[in-house]
Design a protein around this ligand. Structure first.
Ligand code: FRU
Length: 474
């Protein structure tokens, strides 16, 4: 290990998402507003585009839309320290003018790899400027071989920490509490995933939204789920909504629902902006497959910050943080009345925010089929297009890779109802699709073609009115 590596080819490197200058990133960590700036730390291996001894990388922003890379915030400790083999995921909270960062210190028991086991302790580092950190040490010793990702929040004048754990083969969230952030008391199990197939919970995030409590987490499963549209990825994030008061277990009112339906949205973490908005950021990357960008010396980006709100049916809606639209210029809007099987070119663009409105309810004579699908084809050069297929029969939006994505292929699918508009954030190597009011989103990397994308729209088997607005990165 010598110098951190940097991205050697910009073809898929994001233009408006947080990414490291080079190397590997995974989970967002320590999301916070401190010292007049937003902070996004992230799991980072600066020396190769593969996962390795974790650091906390860092980017900061004045407005959630323009991000500046900051120096690496935390690096593994000395041999024998609880964080000797990695600074794993965690969170940050402001207290008495300092930023308190809580993370999992990882130590391989044999000093090399997880062959003889791992020791995961919850640790603290503090900062006066949000950039430079001083390590304090372990605040919660290891309670299980897998017990990690401390998320700290304040409620009714007391601090709480959730930890995701494997407790005797069941996925649990454990709760701790503290008056001063240094001394922590065990409060017991906050939640156990009712599914015995779930043996471990990663990256729990527990927060109030509306008049409810939301628990977001990544369930690790013993057996892959082989049917249905959900839990298709190596790592999947979702949420349950319910009630909680201190001293009690969390009581969910809902079953587990995806936080996003795409290939790449994991370990989302949220925090409160100064104006009270609940903002969530997820990781777009892969543990299960190689990504094409690894050839270029980097892997993984953070999804754009999303504003969350709770709906009456206890689903959560998310939309791109409103500041993000300031990154894009005036939209170019065109409307088309498509006949059955007519295909139109809707434009060509670099990174952009695209809004698509579709009306498939046009009157047709009884014998004539109504529109079955509206197909959006995104093409780069000679590549097979990546397609977004809006299916009026399945009532879903299917995102289908044409040319693959490193080793990852296949498609993902989110609920969609005719009439629901789509807001699509396209960066050089990614798509984030917000459907309707954002109750369903679909986020996937797309590292296949290079350069500008063109969009073609087809009304399959029946007519459709289509309006496309394209606002390119300013
Ligand atoms: C989830 C995760 C966390 C862990 C981190 C290590 O993506 O496995 O549970 O803290 O990544 O990089």
């Amino acid at each position: 290990m010598t110098e951190p590596i940097t991205c050697s080819n910009q073809r898929w490197y994001p233009s408006f998402h947080v990414a490291a200058p080079g190397g590997w990133i995974n989970d967002p960590n320590g999301l916070s507003f401190f010292n007049a700036r937003y902070h996004a730390f992230y799991q980072h291996h600066p020396y190769s585009p593969q996962w390795g001894p974790m650091h906390w990388g860092h980017a900061s922003s004045e407005d959630l839309a323009h991000w500046t890379n900051e120096p690496i915030a935390l690096a593994p400790g000395e041999s024998g320290d609880d964080d000797a083999d990695g600074i794993w995921s965690g969170s940050a909270i402001e207290h008495e003018g300092k930023l308190f960062a809580f993370y999992t210190g990882n130590r391989w028991v044999n000093g090399q790899d997880d062959g003889d086991g791992k020791y995961q302790a919850q640790m603290l580092a503090t900062s006066s400027d949000g950039i430079h950190f001083e390590k304090y040490g372990t605040v919660v010793p290891a309670v299980a071989a897998d017990a990690r990702d401390p998320k700290v929040f304040e409620h009714d004048g007391r601090f709480y920490m959730t930890i995701g754990a494997d407790v005797d083969g069941r996925g649990q969230v454990l709760l701790y509490s503290s008056a001063d952030l240094y001394t922590w008391e065990e409060e017991g199990t906050l939640f156990e995933d009712p599914d015995p197939n779930v043996f471990m919970i990663e990256c729990p995030d527990f927060f109030p939204l509306g008049d409810k409590w939301v628990l977001v987490y990544g369930p690790m499963v013993k057996q892959p789920v082989r049917t249905g549209y959900f839990l298709r990825n190596g790592h999947n994030a979702g949420y349950v909504v319910g009630d909680w008061s201190p001293g009690e277990r969390f009581v969910p009112d809902t079953s587990y629902r995806p936080a996003d339906w795409g290939h790449h949205f994991y370990a989302p973490q949220s925090f409160t902006a100064p104006d009270g908005r609940r903002i969530m950021i997820g990781w777009m990357g892969e543990f299960a497959h190689a990504l094409a960008s690894q050839e270029d010396g980097w892997s993984g980006q953070l999804a754009v910050p999303r504003e969350l709100s709770l709906n009456d049916d206890l689903t959560i809606s998310s939309s791109p943080a409103r500041e993000i639209s300031t990154r894009f210029g005036e939209p170019n809007t065109e409307s088309h009345a498509l006949q059955a099987n007519e295909k139109i070119e809707a434009g060509s663009f670099g990174p952009a925010m695209i809004t698509v409105r579709i009306d498939t309810e046009k009157e047709v004579p009884l014998q004539v089929p109504t529109c079955e699908q509206v197909e959006l084809e995104f093409t780069q050069g000679n590549q097979a297009p990546t397609r977004l297929v809006l299916d009026t029969q399945a009532l879903r939006a299917h995102f289908i890779y044409g040319a693959g994505n490193g080793a990852g292929r296949g498609y993902r699918s989110a609920p969609w109802t005719p009439g629901e508009q789509l807001v699509i954030l396209v960066d050089q190597g990614s798509f984030e699709i917000f459907i309707g009011d954002g109750t369903n989103t679909l986020s996937s990397l797309d590292q296949s073609g290079e350069g500008a994308r063109s969009l073609a729209v087809t009304a399959v088997n029946g007519p459709a009115d289509v309006t496309v607005s394209i606002a390119e990165l300013a």
